[in-house]
Design a protein. Structure first.
Length: 174
């Protein structure tokens, strides 16, 4: 069974995290870490484990916990900066630190626009460390004409990066 850690930080864009979780195949075991600032209540469903962000000793904080990947969606600039600087002061940033240490896939979906020079430098640093930076950016070729199709496109692109099969958007045919 594939295991995926889903981090949720910041308050803007939480609906994307919820839809990402809803659209995941049921055979993927998820471990969800929601920061205090996210202020979200996730309904516990089959194959989901909700972890307390204050529990720095939770299962995902250990390199011996094997998982396939981690995504943080949305990823606030605060969380991104902490990860970039190696600050692991909560379960979310500690887990991201472990992903880096263990050379496991880590995908960040930053939510702000425009990006400051500091944010861009942090993203560049993380990218050089192997982190995938994938903000929710729409594509015009996908024939997006509703908010739902736009969100499906974002989620589909993240699924592509994580190696999760889907049919959430129309692919470019040339």
């Amino acid at each position: 069974m594939k295991k995926l850690i889903i981090g949720i930080s910041g308050a803007s864009g939480i609906s994307l995290a919820q839809k990402f979780i809803e659209k995941l195949p049921k055979d993927i075991k998820t471990f969800i870490i929601s920061s205090d600032s996210a202020q979200i209540v996730l309904k516990k469903e089959q194959n989901q484990t909700i972890l307390n962000d204050k529990d720095i000793g939770a299962i995902t904080a250990s390199g011996s916990f094997i998982c396939n990947a981690m995504i943080i969606v949305p990823c606030s600039m605060n969380t991104l900066a902490k990860i970039s600087c190696g600050i692991a002061d909560n379960l979310l940033t500690r887990t991201a630190s472990v992903m880096l240490k263990e050379n496991r896939p880590l995908l960040l979906a930053p939510r702000e626009m425009p990006f400051s020079v500091i944010a861009l430098e942090n993203m560049l640093k993380l990218s050089r460390l192997g982190v995938t930076i994938a903000p929710p950016v729409s594509a015009y070729y996908a024939q997006i004409d509703t908010l739902e199709k736009m969100e499906d496109f974002f989620i589909g692109k993240w699924f592509d990066i994580l190696g999760i099969e889907h049919e959430l958007f129309k692919r470019w045919k040339g």
